[in-house]
Design a protein around this ligand. Sequence first.
Ligand code: DX5
Ligand code: ZN
Length: 220
Amino acid sequence: MSSKLIAPSILAADFANLQHDIEMVNSSDADWFHIDIMDGVFVPNISFGMPVLKAISAHAKKLIDVHLMIVDPNRYIKTFANLGANVLTVHYEACTHLHRTLQAIKSEGMQAGVALNPHTNISLLEDTINDIDLVCLMSVNPGFGGQSFIENTYSKVHQLKALIDKKGASTKIEIDGGVTNKNAKQLVDAGADILVAGSYVFNSNNPTETIKDLKTIVNS
Ligand code: DX5
Ligand code: ZN
């Protein structure tokens, strides 16, 4: 079984000490940096934008996983490639021409991700799953860190895993929102490959240890 990944969400980091938190992730057992970009339109919150990502990229030594919670993400695909994104995830609900968007992301040399809101059915990916490198299942409504995990997510992971297997796809499953040591094991057992964790990591007394614990839990 391939190793399961932990992606700390920088949304929950200390923005006045970003370099400190980036270095913490660099030297931890974490695998990826998860970067949440919100536009105040697709979601009712604004996080941070390009200059901040540029500053993060300058210090980050691990893969950069960018989660775009913005309308019409096509406008910025090249921009995020230039800023160092390795995975670029767009929302299903924000893309009129999802297939075209996926091709555009890949043509910039990035892995293409699709995020699904909690209300969006897995079956809507039937015709694109073979073109998707990563599906990000939102286990909270996007827009804010620190929300509680939606239990229906387990069922969605099972359904998504079944679709991936049925279609012979190599798509990875990422879970985003409310991830803790309480649900991590059940999520990977259901088929998840990557767990995003924001407040659970950064609000803990020892984020390095918390990441280590999560990494141990998901690979045990
Ligand atoms: C929510 C973001 C998440 C968020 C997760 O809209 O997409 O990545 O940072 O934060 P926690 O782990 O605190 O739920
Ligand atoms: Zn996210």
